[in-house]
Ligand binder design. Structure first.
Ligand code: ZN
Length: 255
């Protein structure tokens, strides 16, 4: 676990120390602060689907786009599936959100944003090929191994070698709060060893395991180590708050 760096600006965000060293990558995990939304979406809510005013969400996303200095920002209708959306140089970007849970691009200046409140936003980056992926991974994503799916898609579509990839797992439900009472019905048996106490699982470790199984070196994986349910002063948490916002995790190949 590596302590994330907090960037304290008008709009605060955190960066992963390893990824922040990469000259061709811009990234940030935004918090709930620095936006314009009113409670219970206060204030930097990025989701149009939770009941917030549309114009506030649009303004929040505009602010994030500004901070990251993106020419364009893409997000998805996240559906807890394993669909991966690939955007290559030359592809037309029409700005319409599609149903998927991961995006991959090599287009400089195109920011990819994941929206979350307890689920993991995971950035996977290849400094050799200058390709980046941003993944929405909740427990259903772990069960479907979307992280492994993204690694193999990076390889198939862009020739990325897993050993070159760097990955970072953002603030999300920690082992303290990731309680799954019905785990026997929903998790495969090889998740059992990640149970830390009755019904509680270390989903950060599950994701690290899935990434290393896919060929990423353990020393290339960073985990923010921040539990959203424990830190609602900084992050939205669906489990802690119910009706709430979604914070944004953004990654972009720099122009
Ligand atoms: Zn917690």
């Amino acid at each position: 676990m590596s302590d994330p760096c907090w960037i304290q600006k008008e709009i605060p965000y955190i960066q992963f120390p390893g990824l922040s060293q990469e000259p061709n990558l811009a990234h940030g995990v935004f918090t709930r602060h620095g936006g314009v939304s009113a409670p219970p979406f206060d204030t930097l809510n990025t989701s149009y689907a939770v009941g917030d005013h549309q114009e506030n969400v649009t303004e929040n996303i505009r602010k994030i786009t500004d901070v990251i200095q993106a020419q364009e920002l893409m997000y998805m209708n996240q559906v807890h599936g394993d669909e991966i959306h690939v955007l290559r140089k030359g592809d037309r970007i029409n700005g319409e959100a599609i149903d998927a849970d991961a995006m991959i691009t090599d287009i400089p200046g195109l920011a990819l944003m994941i929206k979350q409140a307890d689920c993991q936003g995971a950035i996977i980056y290849d400094p050799q090929k200058a390709v980046v992926a941003n993944v929405h991974c909740g427990w259903r994503g772990n069960v479907q191994n979307i992280l492994g799916g993204v690694v193999s898609r990076l390889n198939k579509e862009f020739g990325c070698r897993p050993s070159d990839l760097h990955a970072a797992i953002g603030p999300s439900l920690g082992p303290c709060c990731a309680e799954f009472v019905g785990y026997a019905e929903i998790f495969p048996r090889d998740f059992d060893r990640f149970m830390v106490r009755e019904n509680h699982f270390d989903m950060w470790a599950v994701s690290c395991w899935q990434l290393t199984e896919a060929g990423i070196k353990p020393e290339h994986i960073e985990t923010a180590g921040i539990c959203t349910k424990c830190k609602t002063d900084w992050f939205f948490s669906y489990r802690a708050e119910g009706t709430t916002g979604r914070f944004g995790t953004v990654a972009m190949i720099t122009p």
